[in-house]
Ligand binder design. Sequence first.
Ligand SMILES: [Zn+2]
Length: 204
Amino acid sequence: MTSGVGHGRGKSLVVGTINWSRIFSMTSEMFICLIVWTSGLHPWLQMFVPRKVNVFLWRFRLDSLPVRWLISAKGIDIHSIVCPVCNNEVETRDHLFFGCTLALDLWRRLRMWLNCAMPNFSSWDTFIVWIEGVHLSNIQKKRVIAYMVTLLWAMWRYRNGVVFNDVFCNRNSLFDLIRLLCFRWIKNRGHLVSNWNSWLAIPL
Ligand SMILES: [Zn+2]
């Protein structure tokens, strides 16, 4: 019977017969599997983007991101339910990510860059229907989804910058940042062999 406590870098934390490090690791993996499963995507998405983005996508799919409409609907006093980005519509999830002026502009830029017949999406579900039926190879579909999820993630970060720090950034710079994140995340996970310039020219 194993007993005692192990400490320090690279050592497992063992108390009695229980290896807590192993349990924490297994729990984390199970959590990520749950996120991917409930996101409606294939398990390989977690290989393309960081875990924090998978978690974001999970909350996005459940419509649990704290947009102003949702905060108000929970009975919490809030000074405004108007979208902080465009100041023109109620801030719901689907408005912020698909109907807002910023979203429409970023989706247009993504369509032009990918050079594929991507329609205007009104929701995540309309995107899923499109990606399942579109004539692209599996690797191309994986990349499109990774780019789209990165776009959503960047929009949420941008929105939070506006709300909490009153920071508005140039849309050209924002789209450049989205492409840079896509490149780094996919390449760092060993799913991209081309260099920055060739990938930029042929992202699919
Ligand atoms: Zn808006």
